[in-house]
Design a binder for this molecule. Structure first.
Ligand code: PAN
Ligand code: ZN
Length: 187
């Protein structure tokens, strides 16, 4: 197998044959932010994040690895930072590495008991996401947050559980600072 792809070490940008790219706009993120009316009132073609990946094997291949870069734009929906949808891995036991390349942000994590916590990100921070832990990126800065990732090719993405129950806390801008605010789950 020839290696015709490169990774720009300052931006994480992947270049070359077979690099996949996807983007999520505000239109794709219905009911992801707390204030759905505010999201719906914003320009729907606003890109919230882009993901590049190199997938050298078919998704689901045991023992394979995928490599990617996620780029989360700066922005907020009514005080909640722009973020990814977030997911558990379909194969719950699979882990993942993230590392921050550029920008400022947070890795929001939640275990299966719905305990939620944050790891702060700045260029060079390294983040091990254990199995059975849902993960989501949020950009708390004013430039693009660029994060590298490496995950098992058979991890899969379970978006359904997050769509149903969400994360148990939200990262909001309070007096100009990011604060993890628990969601009232009693209702
Ligand atoms: C990442 C994520 C990426 C986009 O590559 O898939 O940051 O986030 P969502 O998938 O939650 O929209 C990863 O964690 N892969 O497993
Ligand atoms: Zn993942």
């Amino acid at each position: 197998m020839s290696n015709s792809a490169t990774v720009d070490l300052t931006s994480g940008y992947l270049h070359g044959d077979g690099i996949k790219e996807s983007a999520r706009t505000l239109a794709d993120l219905a009911n992801v932010f707390e204030n759905e009316a505010a999201r719906a009132a914003m320009p729907q073609n606003t890109v919230v994040y882009r993901v590049q990946s190199q997938e050298m094997v078919t998704e689901g291949t045991p023992g394979g690895l995928f490599f990617g870069t996620s780029n989360v734009m700066p922005g907020q929906v009514d005080g909640e930072y722009f973020m990814t949808k977030g997911h558990f891995h379909q194969h719950r036991e699979t882990a993942e590495y993230y590392w921050c390349i550029q920008g400022k942000g947070a890795l929001i994590l939640m275990d299966e008991n719905r305990s939620c916590w944050v790891e702060w990100m700045q260029p060079g921070t390294l983040h091990y996401i254990p199995g059975n832990v849902a993960h989501r990126l949020a950009n708390t800065g004013s430039e693009v947050l660029r994060v590298g990732a490496c995950w098992p090719a058979d991890a899969g993405h379970d978006y359904g559980s997050i769509k149903e129950a969400g994360f148990s806390a939200r990262l909001k801008c309070v007096d100009g600072q990011p604060v993890l605010v628990p969601v009232d789950e009693k209702q």
